[in-house]
Write a protein that binds this ligand. Structure first.
Ligand SMILES: Cc1cc2nc3c(=O)[nH]c(=O)nc-3n(C[C@H](O)[C@H](O)[C@H](O)COP(=O)(O)OP(=O)(O)OC[C@H]3O[C@@H](n4cnc5c(N)ncnc54)[C@H](O)[C@@H]3O)c2cc1C
Length: 295
């Protein structure tokens, strides 16, 4: 690994001031589960490593979530594991907890942060589709000020996001879902289940008392350069009491919206087929929960 200077800011201001001066030559590190691997492989060769893991503002007590009437606020350092285990998140934000529980393995989940999961911009990631389906936004700080970006517009391509040199993601906010909203995340891997996804699908539905779909959101990961929001497919559900035929139709329409690449995880036709199966599974699961009223 190339030698670098290790910097450990203790406030967001200190971090963004340093990044304003050295942003082009610095690498922010949170959990380090991706950044350190990339440095070890020589893909990233920063002059400065800015370890943001000791900034209390990025997560209460360095790790944790705050939920209230207005929604959920996740400090950037909130670990994937704490999202998986937080009872408040499992309740109203069940889709997010479901996606978190399927990330890698416990060892990785204990280190990887929500900020790192998002800022890495890797298509084969589980939290972004769930967060986009839930309408989440990212708060981004720089020495010049703070901006908020909906996560649906955060990703620009593989490993490319709207983050500019000098910026730090400080928080993810998730609006409180309407009562009666239920969601499921489905993931498929080759090899071990803890591997990165061939494809995944996050589905959120809200139904009325008659079981008619009032709202539906479908977002797929790993089947395009950025998470794929399948709006046309979700629109097929509006006002319907979905049966197996409609669910299959929705899944097929969602798969049409994907833009996967041939790689070691499989060819394009296979990933599209898998995406359809995952949407079918996640949608059936969400509708089942809505029918039972249980998360
Ligand atoms: C073996 C293995 C399997 C995995 N499988 C999965 C999987 O199945 N599904 C899944 O979703 N994930 C999986 N992951 C995790 C994922 O690939 C990333 O490693 C993880 O999400 C990164 O989080 P981190 O906190 O460790 O980020 P880091 O490694 O610290 O950083 C990652 C990137 O984000 C940037 N960054 C981090 N925090 C900030 C911030 N606050 N502001 C600005 N930039 C920031 C860094 O500069 C870096 O570019 C796996 C990881 C491993 C090692």
């Amino acid at each position: 690994m190339r030698p670098f200077e290790y910097v450990r800011p203790t406030t967001v201001g200190e971090a963004t001031d340093f990044l304003r001066e050295h942003g082009d030559d610095a690498l922010v590190v949170a959990g380090g589960t991706a950044a350190v691997v990339m440095m070890t492989l020589g893909v990233l060769r920063p002059d400065y490593v800015v370890d943001v893991g000791f900034i209390p503002e990025l997560g209460p007590e360095l790790d944790g979530s705050r939920s209230g009437g207005a929604g959920l606020r996740l400090g950037a350092l909130t670990t994937v594991r704490s999202i998986e285990r937080d009872p408040a998140i499992a309740g109203a934000y069940g889709l997010l907890a479901d996606a978190a529980s399927q990330v890698a393995n416990v060892r990785v989940r204990n280190r990887a942060t929500v900020g790192g999961s998002v800022c890495y911009g890797e298509p084969q990631t589980d939290l972004p589709p769930a967060l986009i389906a839930m309408g989440a936004s990212a708060t981004i700080a720089a020495s010049t000020g703070v901006r908020t970006v909906p996560l649906a517009g955060f990703f620009e391509g593989p490993y490319e996001t709207v983050l500019q040199a000098g910026e730090l993601l400080t928080e993810i906010t998730v609006p409180l879902p309407e009562p009666g909203t239920f969601g499921c995340h489905a993931k498929f891997t080759v090899g071990s289940p803890e591997n990165k996804p061939v494809a995944n699908a996050s589905v959120l539905v809200r139904t009325d008392e008659a079981g008619r779909c009032v709202e539906a959101r479908i977002v797929m990961g790993a089947v395009g350069p950025v998470p794929v929001v399948a709006e046309a497919a979700a629109a097929l559900l509006a006002g319907e009491v979905p049966d197996a035929k409609l669910i299959a139709e929705v899944a097929a329409r969602a798969a049409d919206a994907t833009d996967p690449q041939d790689d070691l995880r499989g060819p394009v036709w296979y990933k599209r087929r898998i995406a359809a199966v995952l949407v079918e599974r996640a949608l059936s699961c969400a509708l089942r929960k809505a029918g039972n009223g249980t998360r």
